[in-house]
Design a protein around this ligand. Structure first.
Ligand code: SF4
Length: 200
């Protein structure tokens, strides 16, 4: 049995994967399918996204600046770091964190072009990794980056995004404990890997 005595997050029985927060914002029903162990059907655009992500990632690894921007000189890179926190009730493996001078910041690599409006799921995901990194490094972060195919987006670590991230953790935990989200048809359904289970 896991020792949760040190946790300040008394409701945490098992840390929530950071990726689950993004999925929750895509559609809460997806989290429910994960609970059931239903396998996602991989769509063509998902495969293409993974390949694009790898391409962006290998380009980024060779650079001395973030996304080739001279004002963002990188002094140190950390990638593939697994972090877990019972206090935050979160766990996940970081794409990339960079140190620029004394500042550490998370970089979340996306295998797509920047959507017109940056989805809340992407912002929550970046904030969740940032909060895990803060705990690991013992320092506060003031921003994180979403690296899309065509643009680097900087997102400030505001109180609002922190609170919204922890709110999302609570919503995911409610589904883990038995809440069943409703099926709701939206324009996202056609791109969802669980479409066949909702609309057969
Ligand atoms: S098909 Fe639609 S309702 Fe069903 S999980 Fe996917 S997005 Fe949600």
């Amino acid at each position: 049995m896991r020792n949760i005595a040190k946790s300040s997050y008394s409701e945490c029985e098992e840390p929530v994967p950071v990726s689950e927060l993004r999925q929750y914002h895509f559609c809460p029903r997806v989290v429910y399918y994960h609970v059931l162990g239903v396998k996602e059907v991989e769509k063509e655009y998902m495969k293409a996204g993974k390949e694009k992500q790898e391409e962006i990632w290998s380009r980024e690894r060779r650079r001395k600046t973030l996304a080739g921007l001279r004002r963002l000189k990188v002094d140190e890179r950390v990638s593939g770091l697994y972090m877990t926190s019972w206090r935050l009730c979160l766990a996940g493996t970081l794409d990339l964190a960079v140190r620029m001078g004394k500042e550490w910041a998370v970089v979340e690599v996306k295998g797509s072009r920047r959507p017109k409006d940056v989805p809340i799921g992407h912002r929550v995901q970046g904030a969740a990794y940032s909060m895990l990194l803060e705990e690991r490094m013992g320092t506060l972060t003031r921003r994180f980056f979403l690296l899309y195919e065509d643009e680097l987006v900087e997102v400030p670590m505001t109180r609002e995004i922190r609170d919204h991230t922890m709110w999302t953790v609570k919503q995911v935990l409610r589904i883990y404990r038995g809440k069943i989200p409703r099926i709701r048809r939206t324009k996202k359904c056609s791109s969802c890997g669980y479409e066949a289970y909702c609309w057969f």
